[in-house]
Design a protein. Structure first.
Lengths: 250, 194
């Protein structure tokens, strides 16, 4: 067990005291607690909870550890213990258990782990003084040299590789057959001559589905611009196109 | 040197990890493990009494030829080899818990150390010092960890029995009092067998 010097808060250059730096000093709340007990020369089994609790809270404040959940959890445990010990209890309460017992058990257990860790650390140091042979990557499995190459075999291998390549899947891009502008021009021409007409009139003879869609889009576009109105006299009746008088077609 | 001793030496030289007696016995079908042990003993004596720069070390259940500690500094200075990275206190504590409690889950490790252990466990696993050895039957079936052969190799242990016995550890929070207390004050702490 090495005596730890009273840990001065290590400060990163040009920065506020950072928790990350403190991690080097204490490996956890139990470590900090053990450190405080050692400083105060207190036996683990007889912890003056109130005093240690205050010191612990002060320490996590001073060391800037208050961002660490692990430390706060221990702090809240200590506060709870302190409260439990402050509460009055009847003298003849035989069932009373020292609420510190659990903490004492954990501290002793942790203390033991620390001792083992130290032993293991020095074992690893001793082992590190002995160097093994450098690591050699395992050799890849190759046919024994020299590699005998047969040109025909090589060409056959190339053929096999090429045969294995799947044909690329091509997507044929087809130009969009919709001609909205053409349909628009046709409708505008119709509007000039007639104030009202059925929408099928805007379709030329032998109209394809693409022509139909073109006309539909053109009608919607012109309606949006206010050049015409689309009216449907009855449900499912054919659409009637009416020239918008306020907006004469230019 | 006995031919089998020479063969073992060559194999140990060629291998990059400790070899067990059983593995060395496969070098020669005529050989028994007892022969190998005798050969290894001869090799050890050869290195020790012949004042060689290497020695035969028993670790991680096998044998390995390692350089003697006295040469480590010079070899490192010349950058022919580097020693293993030192373990952090957090890593050592976590390894200690796992070594003594294995198979052990993360929750128990965190309970004992009082800090979360996820990051340390991950880096120990990456270094190959611990491995997942199973799953607990408990809620969520958490992973259980154990130490690996590499852990023994890193610490130079033959097996886990080389670790200090729990009851041999002196457990007491001994303050540094000016009036020196007798060793009787040290409470022997033996944890309950789990």
């Amino acid at each position: 067990m090495t005596a730890r010097p009273p840990a001065p808060p290590t400060v990163a250059l040009g920065a506020e005291p950072r928790f990350v730096v403190q991690l080097e000093t204490f490996s956890g709340p139990l470590d900090l607690l053990l450190h405080l007990l050692r400083e105060e020369q207190i036996e683990i089994a007889d912890i003056p909870i109130a005093r240690i609790c205050d010191q612990f809270l002060q320490a996590i404040h001073d060391l800037g550890l208050n961002q660490a959940a692990d430390y706060l959890e221990m702090a809240s445990r200590l506060v709870r213990l302190k409260v439990q010990l402050l509460l009055p209890r009847s003298v003849d309460d035989d069932g009373w258990e020292d609420p510190r017992a659990e903490l004492v058990r954990r501290l002793l257990e942790y203390q033991q782990i620390r001792e083992i860790a130290q032993w293991m650390g020095s074992a690893a140091e001793r082992r590190a003084e002995r160097l093994a042979r450098g690591y050699l990557p395992p050799a890849p499995e190759l046919p024994p040299p020299p590699l005998v190459l047969d040109v025909l075999a090589l060409l056959q291998a190339v053929d096999r590789v090429i045969a294995g390549i799947p044909l690329p899947v091509l997507h044929r891009v087809v130009a969009r057959p919709l001609d909205v502008e053409g349909a628009q021009r046709r409708i505008e021409a119709l509007l000039e001559s007639r104030a009202e007409f059925g929408w099928l009139d805007a379709l030329g003879p032998d109209a394809t589905i693409a022509d139909l869609l073109s006309v539909l889009l053109a009608l919607l576009e012109l309606a949006r611009r206010g050049a015409l109105q689309l009216r449907q006299p009855a449900p499912f009746a054919p659409m009637v196109i009416v020239r918008e008088s306020a907006h004469p077609v230019v | 040197m006995n031919p089998l001793t020479q063969l073992c030496e060559a194999a140990l030289f060629a291998a990059s990890r400790p070899l067990t007696v059983e593995e060395l016995a496969t070098l020669d079908p005529e050989t028994t493990p007892a022969d190998v042990r005798a050969a290894l003993e001869e090799l050890r004596e050869h290195y020790d009494f012949g004042q060689h720069g290497v020695e035969l070390v028993e670790l991680a259940g096998g044998y390995q030829i390692l350089s003697r500690p006295v040469h480590a500094a010079a070899i490192e200075r010349a950058q022919f080899s580097v020693r293993a990275n030192r373990l952090t206190p957090a890593a050592l504590e976590t390894l200690a818990v796992i070594a003594y409690r294995q198979p052990v889950g993360r929750a128990e490790i965190e309970e004992i150390r009082g800090v979360s252990a996820g990051g340390v466990l991950r880096s120990l696993q990456e270094r190959g010092l611990i491995e997942v050895v199973g799953r607990s039957e408990g809620l969520g079936r958490p992973l259980l960890y154990g130490t690996s052969p590499l852990f023994l190799e890193l610490l130079g242990l033959r097996d886990l029995a080389d670790l200090p016995k729990a009851e041999e550890l002196t457990i007491a929070l001994q303050p540094h009092r000016p009036e020196a207390q007798g060793p009787d004050d040290a409470e022997a702490y033996v944890p309950a067998e789990s």
